[in-house]
Structures are given as C-alpha cells and as structure tokens.
Design a protein around this ligand. Sequence first.
Ligand code: NI
Length: 175
Amino acid sequence: MPTSPLEIVRFPDPRLKKVSEPVAEITDEIRALAEEMCQVMYDEPGIGLAAPQVGHALRLFVIDTEWSEEGNDREPQVMINPEFLRREGSLVWEEGCLSVPDYTADVERAAAVTIRAMDLDGKEIIEEAEGLRAVCLQHEYDHLDGILFIDRISRLKRSLYVKKRKKQLAEEAEE
Ligand code: NI
C-alpha cells in the first residue's frame, strides 16, 4: 500500500477546532498538498478529506463520493475557498469521519445544496448536489470552520463518544 507523509489529525486534537484561512494563491505547494490529500483519501479509504484533517489550516478539501476500490473511476474534486450559495430541505444521514475513529452517528443536514469554489486551475466551480454528495460537501466544509460531525449530535451521544475515545487513547498509551 502506498504511504503518504501526511498524517490524519484525530479527535480530540485542538487543530480540528480551528477556523481555517482562505487559500490566498494556488501555488505548487497547494497543488502538491491537494494531490497528497487525494492519495490519503483513497488509501484510508474515505470519500472526502479537508486540509485541517492533515494539519493544514487552509480552506480546501477534496471529495470523491463515487469511487470504488476496484474500479478506475476515481474523479477527485478539489474545492478551494468553498462557499454555499444554497442550502435547502433537511435529511438525516449516518456519518463517520477519518478524524473521529470508530464512530458513526445520524446527523441532520440540508438535503440539497449549491456550492461555489475554485479548482486547482483557479477556475470557478458551481455544483448542485443532493443526498450523499450534499452531506459530504457540508461535512467537509464544516472541517474548515473547526466543526466535527460529533458537534452536531446530541450532547448525550457526544459525551458517550468522548468517553469511549478517551478510554481508547488511554489503552493506546499503555501499549
Ligand atoms: Ni470528516
């Protein structure tokens, strides 16, 4: 399996709570970062990854909600400085996150969104999405504002997860 120098930042790392800065210019470093992030997303595997999850406080994420492990159907989309132009309706989806190990929970999100962003060529992207794609866009966008999906579940569920995670980290530290 290919290895990447980027490492996933996991809860409760405080870097996940920071509000990220806009990307000022698309440099070679940004292009390299985006490429490595795609690699990490496919290696993990995941369907989205935001820059703060690999320790970069930048408003950038990568997403590919259609790919399969066997196929040659990888179509990663890099979204730089994204913003929502529309959020409509609501749906509940069971979410997980590479930064929140061993946990999933139902989260309520907008059912349909329109997002505007820039791609790696500096070209404007406007995408309308619904279902899983809309959920994933909102989840990744949240990372740029320092919000995790466990910030959007009930206080009780969240505290149960925090307890479980602390226990897990204590056990890891003992090994
Ligand atoms: Ni996530």
